[in-house]
Design a protein around this ligand. Structure first.
Ligand code: 4NP
Length: 159
């Protein structure tokens, strides 16, 4: 039995973008019959919403794709995440800076920017918190595609 690959998605509040990325990645993994090979989670660089479910607009957006993210609970990024997670994926450049600033000197975690998977460089998943529900659909489309490509990369790298 091989140890599962641990993948963590990180945004600011862990209620809008990273819960959608977690849900999208989990669905790609499920469709590939790979669920027992992965541990998937999400976290926020800030802990303002710790213990809360995702934003209702994120829940509705995922639901419209047939995916239930309603049981997720927000939590703050912790030092031990750098020991436990093989991949830590930031939603935007600000999250990436915060993650790198907290990174211990020694970590094997692969720390990356979500949309870099799509071959662009330095593009953010826009924060939809202060906008309307259109923003959430846009976020979904971005993270759905980027997590699909991420899964391909992770599978290649873990073979
Ligand atoms: P997220 O969105 O980082 O995608 O979860 C936000 C959620 C909450 C806040 C900001 C962004 N906030 O300021 O409370």
């Amino acid at each position: 039995m091989t140890t599962p690959v641990h993948v963590l998605f990180v945004c600011l509040g862990n209620i809008c973008r990273s819960p959608l990325a977690e849900g999208a990645f989990r669905e790609h993994v499920r469709k590939g019959n790979l669920s027992d090979r992965f541990v998937i989670d999400s976290a926020g660089t800030g802990g303002y919403h710790a213990g809360e479910p995702p934003d209702p607009r994120s829940i509705t957006t995922a639901e419209s794709m047939g995916i239930d993210i309603g049981r997720q609970r927000s939590r703050k990024l912790e030092p031990k995440d750098f020991e436990q997670f093989d991949y830590i994926v930031a939603m935007d450049r600000s999250n990436l800076r915060d993650i790198n600033a907290r990174k211990p000197f020694q970590t094997d975690s692969d720390i990356s920017l979500m949309l870099d998977e799509l071959g662009t460089h330095g593009q953010d998943v826009p924060d939809p918190y202060y906008g309307g529900s259109d923003g959430f659909n846009h976020v979904w489309n971005l993270v759905d595609e980027a997590t699909r490509v991420l899964l391909e990369r992770v599978l290649k790298e873990s073979n």
